[in-house]
Design a protein around this ligand. Sequence first.
Ligand SMILES: [Zn+2]
Length: 268
Amino acid sequence: MKILMHILLCAVFSYGYEVVNGTAAVLEVDASTQKLLKESGPLPLLAHPKDPNKRIAFVAVPYRQSEDIDLVRIVNEKKELVRLHVRQGDYKKETLSVDPAHVSPPKEALPRIQAEREEAMALYGTFTPTRYWNAPFEFPMQSVITSDFGNARVFNDTLKSYHSGTDFRAAVGTPIVATNEGVVVLAKERYYAGGSVILDHGEGVYSVYYHLSSLPHPVGARVKKGEVVGLSGASGRVTGPHLHFGFMVQGVPIDPLDFIAKVKALFE
Ligand SMILES: [Zn+2]
């Protein structure tokens, strides 16, 4: 993590990190840290997977965020300002010729779409205090990436939507494995995502696997890292078979490959 500045202001130490929109900052702080406060409330201080003298904290930065994020770290009863400078990622833009608002799903599908969205958001917003993993996260399959996280869909210079995960090329029936140990919290057929599996890894971290053709585990099943969580497919609203893989942290979709790399770095 790059330290941009280190300014002494009165009794307040101020320092910062750079973080890209659509990623999660993985902050490492000294174990003496009493609190780490965000505007919305305290951030959970989590165990460092390797160094008992440190704690970690995740700060998910929404894709549409452009303002910097200020945190207050309390250590020895003193307050320090920690600024997360939000840099805009170099995401690819796809210009649309038709406003997606005019390419609506059939009216009768809307209640289902809405219910599925609410169900997923309720899951992502649930903070399970248990950490189910103790090793780095891994890719759900080894294959060519056909669409990166963050690809923007733009119409009339307005961002209409963006790709909230990473797509892997996958012939129908390819085994898809759990990125890490976790608990199945959703396993069902959904309108857009098709055969969907969501794993809770604890501490507000979820991984998602979409367009699957088989869902072998029921909700509540504990899965190990590398265990098959489904077979790839072309279910849901897709143009061809592939795996859509994503991560949600604190209810925010973030770049899964960036998150895997940052957590892996904690173990090195
Ligand atoms: Zn996708």
